[in-house]
Design a protein around this ligand. Sequence first.
Ligand code: SF4
Length: 258
Amino acid sequence: MNPGFSQGYCPTIYGPVQSRRHGRSLGINLGVAGQKICSWGCIYCQCGMGERRAIRSDELVPSERDLLELVRDKMNEGVDFDSITFAGNSEPTAHPEFYSIVKSLLLLRKQFSQSWVLNCLSNGSELDRNEVVRACDLLDETWIKLDCALDELFLRHNRPIPKVGGVSNHVGRIEKLHRVFIQTLVWRCPSNPQVSNWTEKNQNALLSLYCRLRPEKIHLTTTARAPAIPGILPVKANELVEFSRKITGLGLEVEVFP
Ligand code: SF4
């Protein structure tokens, strides 16, 4: 989920990087710089396989105070950016101070009279906690992953830890948000079609879930960086556009990133 670094070291603050989806974006990694730990283990993850488990609060860095200092430094240096994105190589919303960090960054934006967008890329697995829901509702945009709308694909490809449950549990958590933003990543695997989520069945199931969730916006993407396992290939741009027309036909806004 990290737009600036692949399969390795990811500092607490990086960039700004030119993100296709979020403009010139200052990235924030709330996890350990050199370690990927996530409650999902997506087979296409650009951070590599890492460790698939719940993260302990003592593994999340930095403290709110240190992070604010780093962001303030960037602003004092006159660094220009369009957005701040929580991404990195761990699930950002698992940070124990996430709610407070979001509130403080919004305050900082006001104090500096700036207009950058504050957003977060998330797998949504922490939305069981009310404080995380409140934090996500404060953010300008919280982009929740929804790649697989069928349990068999979700469990096989996104590989969540057992406490996450299946698709219905995932969707139930997303429904707690007041404003829903969905990021869907699709891929092919010609050498082993079982490993693909680009199937008609999954596309139809995704359309049904979009209808149910009525997101404000959907980002439809495909693999653009080295995936965690070999053989995964991007879906062709014309196929993405064709699928996006079906989404638009539901009266929903979608942006395609081939
Ligand atoms: S949710 Fe998936 S893509 Fe994002 S960091 Fe975790 S394993 Fe990687």
